[in-house]
Structures are given as C-alpha cells and as structure tokens.
Design a binder for this molecule. Structure first.
Ligand code: ZN
Ligand code: ZN
Length: 136
C-alpha cells in the first residue's frame, strides 16, 4: 500500500509505503498553535517508508510548505510523523489508537473510548522514544 500526499499548492509532494506504525491525536499547545485548530491527528511511519524530494521549511522540527504554509510532517532519524490531513485522500482508513496531552483536550471533545490516553507525550516502555515534539 502506498499513499501520496502534499501541500495545498502542490509545491511539496511525498509518498509513504506500507501501513503506519501508529496513529494518534495530540491536544498539546504546540499542535494547537501550529495547526491553527484545536488538536491534530497524525500517523507515524518508519523513516524508510517515507520519500520526498521537495523543499520544505522546518520550524522546531515541524515541516511545512514555504509557499502555501500547509503543515506536512516531522522527520526524525527513525520515523516520519505525517499530518494525515496532508494525504491526497481523506484519511478515513486511519483510526487513532492513542491520544496525548489529554489534559489539554477541549472539554466538549470526548476521548476516543478505544484509544490509550496519555497525560503528556506517549512513552513507549520498551524503548525510550517519545511522540510529538514539545518544547514547552
Ligand atoms: Zn504549498
Ligand atoms: Zn502535539
């Protein structure tokens, strides 16, 4: 399975292959500010599954289109975190399995009953990786 995505103006294009490692929602302040919305939905692929040759601008680890400003992805040495709204097709097949920074979730928005709930960044107990780039 390969998915393609990009920014609204078309200057940035990317591809991800196979299924994501995990899909989540983040309610942190950084995600609120950078998305311009109340929370974000993202999916994480192995870095090797991600391909792009486009030029992006990156601020505090978050990449966006320098022309139209669409938020796109955050690339780490081992993983590519994709803002799923930047996929060409609506991300209907991707279902969030965890939520992070839930104390900051808006009170009218209820947690997903099947999703793991984390007060801050997700901490994987078998590794030391953490999702999200929160500098606060
Ligand atoms: Zn663009
Ligand atoms: Zn966040």
């Amino acid at each position: 399975m390969e998915r393609q995505g990009g920014c609204q103006c078309g200057a940035v294009r990317y591809k991800v292959s196979d299924e994501p490692l995990r899909v989540g929602l983040c309610h942190c302040t950084d995600c609120r500010q950078t998305s311009g919305s109340a929370f974000t939905m993202f999916a994480v692929w192995p870095r090797a599954s991600f391909r792009s040759t486009s030029v992006v601008t990156t601020y505090r680890g978050r990449s966006f289109c320098p022309d139209c400003g669409s938020r796109l992805f955050s690339l780490r040495p081992d993983e590519a975190e994709i803002m799923v709204g930047s996929l060409d097709d609506a991300p209907s097949g991707l279902v969030p399995r965890y939520e992070i920074w839930v104390p900051r979730r808006e009170s009218w928005l209820h947690g997903l009953p099947w999703a793991d709930q984390h007060a801050g960044d997700r901490v994987d107990e078998t590794e030391t990786e953490r999702d999200g780039i929160n500098l606060e």
